[in-house]
Design a binder for this molecule. Structure first.
Ligand SMILES: *[C@@H]1O[C@H](CO)[C@@H](O)[C@H](O)[C@H]1NC(C)=O
Ligand SMILES: *[C@@H]1O[C@H](CO)[C@@H](O)[C@H](O)[C@H]1NC(C)=O
Ligand SMILES: *[C@@H]1O[C@H](CO)[C@@H](O)[C@H](O)[C@H]1NC(C)=O
Length: 417
């Protein structure tokens, strides 16, 4: 069944209802490297919004520059999830168009042990239309339950609940849900007000193989993340964590991708140790995603860096907030950042453009700006943060939900282009 937009509008369908209509074609193989990088208005808006000073002047001086893709600009969840359904083909094409040099696929496994791109093994109920497809909803770990008697609506749907073919039949949508929903259809609505449903019209879901084919055709680099399983391993009796970590690397080998173009990630330290032993070539650019400070505090996380270095880890990838602190009204490198640099660990960080209007980060307790809340007041301050991370902390690259923001800075300062 296929609705045109005008027919859908005429019969009262919204963009999300349109998600019911079935998928757009699978990823086209006629993709080519993008030569006309387009950043749209956002970076220019951010520069205009900055306080006067040398950084603003420098960034203004790049306004008419011909922009090129940069490996400093890492596409988080495809690079477009500020406006496009995360991990969809459309988000990746937006990220590539905005000059991301490295495209991300967060990897989870399906019931038939195929690898697919999803931020979490169990987020299908908030990132796709699964609960609104009765036969697939029935397969969910927790099928949709309507809000009732003061209890919120609930669902939990995992990639491991369904097959690859079933996953491919889903429509990607903007992440979110309606806790008051009494129907599956209502549950799909929950996009944050500063994002948009404009492109939430049935995002094309991707397998890792498709993501690799697409990224290869675009001439870009890869950053796959081995997502921590949400089911007990071994899965299906004999599919172990190591089988999963190996299958992940093998998918790149089978596609003929050299390790120098792949930046594997994991939050599980044992995955890093496994790759160092079993896949040393791929481990050279592997990053340990460090969120240890969230529970143990920043001092413990900083202390741990010595061990990572000794174990052979090359890159640590903490959230933005671990790398900076505030001093005398300014953003400065944190002790964590200094320690990583002293040890010779390389640093990549995540994720810019997930926080909405900066004026709200203090009130809403935003995670990414938590260590510098008192010195960021407005959207233009985003580039103060990027600048400290790039030129004082010396990060290799930065994940962003809107690649243009990082690409602009990277081109202006000649990073990764
Ligand atoms: C959320 O669900 C409730 C109950 O089904 C519905 O009345 C409301 O309109 C929904 N909100 C949105 C934004 O769809
Ligand atoms: C795991 O078990 C399945 C079915 O029992 C079997 O087909 C498969 O070969 C086993 N795999 C390994 C690696 O032992
Ligand atoms: C890092 O530090 C945290 C907190 O002290 C600890 O729980 C964790 O096991 C450490 N990780 C490694 C790999 O040493």
């Amino acid at each position: 069944m296929h609705f045109t937009a005008s027919l859908a509008a005429a019969v009262g369908f919204t963009a999300i209802d349109h998600v019911l209509a079935k998928p757009f074609p699978a990823p086209a193989d006629n993709l080519r490297p993008i030569t006309q990088i387009e950043l749209g208005p956002r970076p220019y808006y951010l520069v205009d919004n900055m306080d006067d000073g040398p950084l603003k002047s420098k960034l203004e001086s790049c306004q008419n520059m011909k922009m090129r893709p940069s490996s400093f600009s890492i596409a988080h969840r495809g690079g477009g999830p500020l406006q496009f359904p995360e991990h969809s083909k459309e988000s990746n094409l937006a990220g590539a168009r905005m000059g991301a040099g490295i495209l991300e696929c967060d990897v989870a496994f399906t019931k038939d042990l195929e690898l697919v791109c999803r931020h979490s093994q169990c987020d299908l109920h908030t990132t796709t239309n699964i609960v609104n497809i009765p036969e697939l909803n029935a397969k969910c770990s927790t099928p949709f339950q309507a809000a009732a008697n003061g209890k919120p609506a609930n669902a939990k749907c995992c990639t491991s609940d369904i097959t690859l073919a079933e996953f491919k039949s889903l429509c990607g949508k903007m992440d979110g849900f309606n806790a008051s929903a009494t129907t599956p259809e209502d549950y799909l609505h929950g996009t944050l007000s500063w994002r948009t449903d404009l492109y939430s019209t049935c995002g094309t879901t991707l397998s890792l193989k498709e993501h690799i084919a697409m990224t290869k055709a675009l001439g870009l680099q890869f950053t796959p993340e081995l997502k921590t399983p949400q089911v007990t391993m071994p899965f299906h009796g004999n599919y172990t964590q190591q089988d999963y970590a190996q299958q992940f690397i093998d998918t790149f080998k089978k596609a003929g991708i050299p390790p120098s173009r792949v930046w594997p990630q994991s939050f599980l330290y044992d995955d890093l140790l496994y790759w160092l032993k079993a896949e040393p070539q791929f481990a050279k650019q592997a990053m340990y995603l460090d969120e240890n400070a969230d529970v143990a505090g920043i001092q413990a996380a900083t202390h741990n860096l010595t061990r990572y270095k000794a174990d052979g880890i090359k890159i640590v990838a903490p959230p933005l907030s671990y790398l900076v602190s505030s001093q005398d009204g300014k953003i400065v490198p944190s002790e964590y950042a200094k320690r990583a640099n002293t040890l010779g660990l390389k640093i990549i960080t995540w994720s810019l453009e997930r926080s909405g209007p900066i004026a709200g980060v203090h009130a809403n307790g935003d995670y990414y700006y938590s260590s510098i809340q008192d010195v960021v007041k407005k959207d233009g301050d985003i580039y103060n943060l990027v600048d400290v991370l790039a030129r004082q902390v010396g990060v290799l690259g930065m994940f962003s939900d809107w690649s243009a923001t990082v690409t602009y800075y990277a081109n202006c300062f000649g990073l990764g282009v």
